[in-house]
Design a protein around this ligand. Structure first.
Ligand SMILES: *Cc1c(COP(=O)(O)O)cnc(C)c1O
Length: 457
């Protein structure tokens, strides 16, 4: 088989700034060893997130010029609406400025005190919006989804037996919506099978519970279905995508992921009455229903991006390039969460740095060292993000200590990824000398964004 190449050539380039180790040491000190506090100009390869970091195509940029900026009934809205409807089949398509705005509208309408909202795994903004409404957000991953080393095809699935148990216990009248996140971002970017979507939808339907997809990475999920699930290999991407959405009553979407744009999202649904209420809320905080917090040019770029993301050459390159990074690290003995997900490789910092205990934040230590060694920005997903102190002040660690290397779409080439492998391996070679960190200052909530750290001696 031949090398899988990037399915594009490059027309416009953005220089990245090289720095020395000494310069990066100063940057780290100034940023209090928190990579969120480091200016992007001081980063060589930025793997902080795949959200809003995609490179747009020539056709998307051309669409930006075609954007119709009319306040009401813009041509660009109708193109956007038609494209989303073609893929999802939903009756009502409501643009929002990003995914969390769609979540906020949905949960302020159906959430509230005493309500329970299940999900295979809530993304952090989804959980936050559900909880802000007063509802309880419940994660129902499968047991295999919680095993970092286990290799399985659909580790993002929902535990459907647990869902039935929850419905029996909580009462269907208290569950206003059930969400399925595809791919399962907080569960490592792992895909959900069509069978699991179908089964979950069936359980919801027989209980009268609306079933929604958190569809941010619908195309990556559909590609995994094509590659891994029996019966889908020969189907066109669009057919698989349409089947995924056909089981759902609605969806929330962050266009910053699989719509290949830098900003945008939508809420889509079939329920006429709920849609009318959603539009009323939209008008209050996002904008008129035919632009919803976006410019006409953004709607054009999303419509075009939704077309491009289903190109099989693109998806093949996309999934394969993440897998390639994972494979090379595994071959060198680096512990990662397996198999690699659709949008990121997660280093297992607990195994990488077994001598650094969770309360000294092994993931943060690794994040800092990747930057110091090679100017790579990654993100800790471990006890900095999810650890806490209980009521008596005792440290409660996160379930896993991970470092996520998220791959922006169409931004980096194979040589960038090869360089990332070299830097990770260099860090792996000197892991015994790497030390833990302590938090010197933290905000009351979401501390990973702004906490200040100091290295332990
Ligand atoms: C990014 C993301 C969201 C929120 O979308 P934003 O555009 O960042 O507001 C919701 N769910 C999942 C699974 C996501 O990855």
């Amino acid at each position: 088989m031949k090398t899988i190449i990037e399915p594009f050539k490059i027309k416009s380039v953005e220089p990245i700034r090289f720095s020395t180790r000494e310069e990066r040491e100063i940057v780290l000190e100034r940023g209090h060893y928190n990579l969120f506090l480091v200016p992007a100009d001081d980063v060589l390869i930025d793997l902080l997130t795949d959200s809003g970091t995609s490179a747009m195509s020539a056709a998307q940029w051309a669409g930006m010029m075609q954007g119709d900026e009319s306040y009401a009934g813009a041509r660009s809205f109708f193109r956007f609406e038609a494209k989303v409807r073609e893929l999802t089949g939903f009756r009502h398509i409501i643009p929002t400025h990003q995914g969390r705005a769609a979540e906020r509208i949905l949960f302020s309408l159906v959430g509230g005190e005493g309500k329970i909202i299940p999900n295979n795994t809530h993304f952090d903004t989804t959980r936050a919006n559900a909880e802000f409404s007063g509802a309880e957000a419940v994660d129902l991953p499968t047991r295999e989804g919680l095993e970092p080393e286990l290799i399985a095809d659909f580790k993002g699935n929902m535990d459907t037996a647990a869902l039935q148990g929850l419905i029996a216990k909580a009462g269907k009248e208290n569950i206003p919506v059930c969400i399925m996140t595809v791919t399962n971002n907080s569960g490592g970017g792992q895909p959900v099978s069509m069978e699991n979507i179908r089964t979950t939808a069936g359980i919801c339907r027989s209980n009268g519970i609306p079933f929604f997809l958190d569809a941010c990475r619908f195309a990556e999920n559909a590609y995994f279905i094509k590659k891994r699930e029996r019966g889908y290999r020969d189907l066109p991407m669009k057919t698989i995508v349409r089947e995924m959405f056909s089981y759902a009553d609605g969806a929330t979407m962050s266009a910053k992921k699989d719509a290949l744009v830098n900003m945008g999202g939508f809420l889509a649904l079939n329920d006429d009455a709920l849609a009318a209420r959603a539009r009323n809320l939209l008008i209050m905080t996002e904008g008129f229903p035919t632009y919803g917090g976006l410019a006409g040019r953004d709607l054009e770029a999303i419509a075009q991006g939704l077309d491009e993301v289903l190109d099989e050459h693109y998806l093949h390159y996309r999934i394969r390039s993440v897998e390639y990074l994972g494979e090379r690290l595994v071959a060198a003995g680096v512990p990662i969460l397996r198999p690699p997900g659709g949008h990121a490789v997660y280093l297992n910092a607990r195994k990488f740095l077994p001598h650094v205990p969770p309360h000294q934040f092994p993931g943060q230590s690794l994040v800092v060292e990747l930057y110091r060694t090679g100017g790579i920005r990654s993100v800790e997903i471990g006890s900095v993000m999810f650890g806490r102190n209980d009521t008596r002040g005792a440290f409660v660690p996160a379930r896993m200590e991970l470092v996520r290397l998220a791959i922006p779409r169409r931004v980096y080439t194979q040589s960038h990824i090869d360089y990332v492998v070299e830097v990770v391996l260099e860090c792996f070679g000197k892991k015994d000398s790497m030390k833990g960190y302590r938090i010197v200052d933290e905000p009351p909530a979401l501390r990973h964004f702004t906490a200040k750290f100091a290295p332990l001696e």
